[in-house]
Ligand binder design. Structure first.
Ligand SMILES: C[S@@+](CC[C@H](N)C(=O)[O-])C[C@H]1O[C@@H](n2cnc3c(N)ncnc32)[C@H](O)[C@@H]1O
Length: 204
């Protein structure tokens, strides 16, 4: 894994999300339903990667299932909360916390049984994230769609999925297991993807 030290401590995403997570009463450590779905699916052996993890219940659930987990986020406050909860649950040894900007950090190719990203979209990280899925592994993603900008006009277009994305951006060795629009909770429309990477060794 290539870990990039977070040089830009003044990064606006870090400042914004540290402030949000500052009130830790709002943190539930609830595993995202997509994480629950992926972790209950057939997965090859190997670690899990959670991108833009926040104080992630998905990381805790994967570790509780015996997986090594790499959790990446720009918010050191989120990672601190996750650290504390993982210690409380005696899962800390299974978790690598990576404080990094996903604008720069890139995962090792073909390493992870599951790569998960919920609540974050940057087209530039999608290709490297897909490449990081091990043969036979899963890629799970959920993010706002462009329609979300109707109810949240300040949401930057670059943070929103375009038509058919993210499935439309998958490399050809992935099969879409499910892609669907989530019911709009009032905060804007989201789309959810679960896809499996072909295991060519099995196909031969
Ligand atoms: C909406 S939250 C989603 C958290 C978690 N994945 C979930 O589904 O509950 C977005 C997360 O993206 C992280 N984030 C925002 N910009 C980032 C960046 N440039 N690099 C890494 N993480 C970032 C935030 O710190 C925050 O934890």
């Amino acid at each position: 894994m290539r870990e990039v030290p977070l040089a830009a401590s003044g990064h606006p995403d870090r400042i914004r999300w540290n402030a949000r997570y500052g009130d830790d009463s709002a943190v539930s450590f609830h595993a995202h339903p997509l994480a629950a779905q992926a972790l209950s699916s057939a997965l090859p052996d190997g670690p899990v990667l959670d991108l833009a993890c926040g104080p992630s219940g998905a990381v805790l659930a994967a570790a509780a299932a015996g997986r090594q987990v790499t959790a990446v986020d720009i918010s050191d406050v989120a990672l601190g909360l996750l650290d504390r909860e993982a210690r409380r649950r005696r899962l800390r040894d299974l978790i690598a916390l990576v404080h990094a900007d996903l604008g720069e950090w890139r995962p090792e190719p073909e390493r992870y049984a599951l790569v998960l990203c919920t609540g974050y979209w940057d087209r530039a990280i999608f290709g490297p994230a897909a490449a990081a899925v091990a043969p036979g592994g899963l890629l799970g993603w959920e993010a706002f769609t462009a329609e979300a900008r109707r109810v949240r006009p300040t949401l930057p277009a670059a943070w929103c999925l375009g038509p058919g994305e993210p499935a439309a951006l998958l490399p050809p060795d992935f099969t879409v297991l499910d892609q669907h629009q989530q019911a709009d909770s009032g905060r804007g429309a989201k789309r959810r993807l679960l896809a499996r990477r072909e295991d060519r060794r099995r196909a031969e």
